[in-house]
Design a protein around this ligand. Sequence first.
Ligand code: FES
Ligand SMILES: [Fe+2]
Length: 358
Amino acid sequence: MDNDGDPEARPFQVLRSTWQPVALSRDLKAGGIISYRLLDEDIVVARMPSGLAAYKDGCPHRGARFGLGKVVGDHLQCPYHGWRFDRGGQCRLIPSLGEGSAVARSAKVASYAVAERYGFVWVRLEDREACPIPAIPEFEDPAWTYVVAEPTPFGAGFRREIENYLDMSHFAFAHADTLGKAAIALIDKYQVTEYPDGFQMDAAFPALSTEGAAISKLQQAHDRVQRCHMPNVTTIRQRFHDGQERVLVHVPSPNTRTSCTVFWSIAISPGFQGPAPDQQMAFAVRVLDEDRVMCENQRPLEVPMRSEACRYVPADRLALTYRKMFAGFCAAAPAIPADSAPAAGCAHPSGAGAAISG
Ligand code: FES
Ligand SMILES: [Fe+2]
């Protein structure tokens, strides 16, 4: 049976086939293990000598969490009774059986695809890959300065965060203390182009000036390109009139239906005349916190897949474009049986010994 009939469940089913960031590369040191809740599933990622490995968090023996375990060679060792699992999730050692004893193939934990790019560790929960991690060349160009932010938890659904990031008509109000009280509230026409993998908005962006206050570089007029890659990667490219640029990315990685963690970073073009990278990051942190407060104070906490009882205006066009394209992305994905997710069940549910003796 599948539960595609519940439209609010569909996004998490579909996103299991997409790459989602779960940690920063710099936070996952050699031999380290991090825990994360991705799409309502507890997972762990370990850095082993031969590479990263990602698992469902829950030992198939008696359900211990792996976050307290340790990496031993290329194995993940459970903290409770020391079972060791290889990178594919197969148990290779059960200490209580004695070194060298055969281990049943059913002593196995679900493992997941894991990758590293842009300073993020990405996990995909299903074998099927719906779409690759989008290419953002500036993040891998050594001539650019690339700054990775601390991931930011939001107590709101991931689609609230995306729609906020795409929205420009809130600047004068939600960001009055950062971007400027005179930030333009009237949103002029902008061009939206749809692609098979998302959409792009191009607009000339006015200076965000507050009367009597000096305009910083980051508030100057610029050409703005906002590119959304389905299902939840959005970049903003700012090209200032002196030719200097910044590229920012936001990826709200879903934890639960009403919470996400925003992974984000900034790439700054060579010779950028403006605030130093750490100052740019500090400013962006303040702006994002203002966004967080707005997202956490919208109701419902996630944008419904069904139509919402709201009154829209032309300035909401980008958010509505996202809704339309995300609905199409979900509709185009194959049906996923509700019971297809690998479970961390016991390796020997019908009695000790039989399933683990090999
Ligand atoms: S619960 Fe993991 S080894 Fe026993
Ligand atoms: Fe904002």
